[in-house]
Design a protein. Sequence first.
Length: 133
Amino acid sequence: MLGDFQYRHLPALFTAAAQCWGTIWPIVNGSTASVMLHYGLPKRITDVPETWPVWQAGGARTACLGILMFVFYAQRRYDTLDTFLIVIGSYLGFVDCIILSKQGLASAGVFRLLGSLVFASLGAIGFTQGPAS
């Protein structure tokens, strides 16, 4: 899978790993509340066990995005990875910003949005696939 690795692949691989690790970890180690806290949600939400299955179900769906990114990387479909960066970077960054802002964490939400837009921009310029031959 890494036989054709180039440094320009790092943003896509990082995004794929982040989508998988952050969403699979709470299921594996049973510490959903700590992952939710790390995301930025307040304790009044993370300390309610009834919220954990909802978080885990959403996380499993997000992990599918990361797994698909790894599959497309193995298939050398770098243009598809750039599309993933655009969609994940713009949409999920926007959603994170709104969710965190509604929880009184506007600065964390804006930080997430700006960081995500960097990845979306890299996808938009075709960074993963590199210059056209």
